[in-house]
Design a protein. Structure first.
Length: 208
């Protein structure tokens, strides 16, 4: 550090063209090929199971910024498995992810994920452990011959897109409506409901 009234040094030691500071990326094509081969190897090892992995539920993100969207969750709840008629211990063996910590806080999510499980179960082909000795719940021999590994996404995410509002003319009543005042009055009515009801009952008793 410079002391007193001396000149501040201006050495330029941040040259990016020096030998030790150049970072090349010549291995990009090789890494791309390696990732592709690893994906193929993993899919071959998983066959005939879907290459996308386990079936995941549809959940809403947690924050106010993102809770209107949908994303894949960690696993299905016990309530969703019970509604779909799937045993919780059997679910993991047929490619369904289970999360014992998540809870269903709305009927809509419970119904949506239950329907997702039912659709998956209808399309499911369960291979027997021994081809000549099928057990209850295993697929028929004809279905086994037609089975192919699914390479893309397991089940598409449902869309929340609502129908677009049709254009309409703005009337005089719409222009005169004060939305802010309406909302404030609704909040006040909700907040003061108990006090007003108490005062009304006290007034009725006094009049009697």
């Amino acid at each position: 550090m410079v002391k007193h009234n001396n000149e501040i040094p201006h050495q330029h030691f941040h040259k990016v063209c020096q030998q030790d500071h150049i970072r090349t990326w010549f291995n990009q094509p090789a890494r791309k090929k390696r990732r592709r081969l690893l994906r193929q190897k993993k899919a071959a090892a998983m066959a005939p199971r879907p290459a996308a992995g386990l079936l995941r539920p549809v959940v809403h993100p947690s924050t106010i910024k993102c809770n209107y969207k949908l994303r894949q969750g960690r696993g299905f709840t016990f309530a969703e498995l019970k509604e779909a008629g799937i045993n919780r211990k059997e679910a993991r063996s047929i490619g369904i992810a289970v999360d014992h910590r998540r809870r269903n806080r709305s009927t809509e999510s419970l119904q949506m994920n239950t329907q997702r499980l039912k659709e998956f179960k209808a399309k499911l082909i369960v291979f027997p452990r021994k081809r000549g000795k099928p057990k209850t719940g295993d697929a028929d021999a004809a279905d086994l011959d037609k089975a192919e590994q699914l390479k893309g996404p397991l089940m598409p995410m449902p869309s929340l897109g609502s129908a677009a509002a049709e254009p309409m003319a703005i009337t005089k009543e719409m222009k005169e409506t004060n939305a802010f005042h309406t909302i404030r009055m609704a909040r006040a009515d909700y907040r003061l409901f108990g006090i007003r009801q108490k005062n009304r009952l006290a007034k009725e008793e006094k009049e009697k």
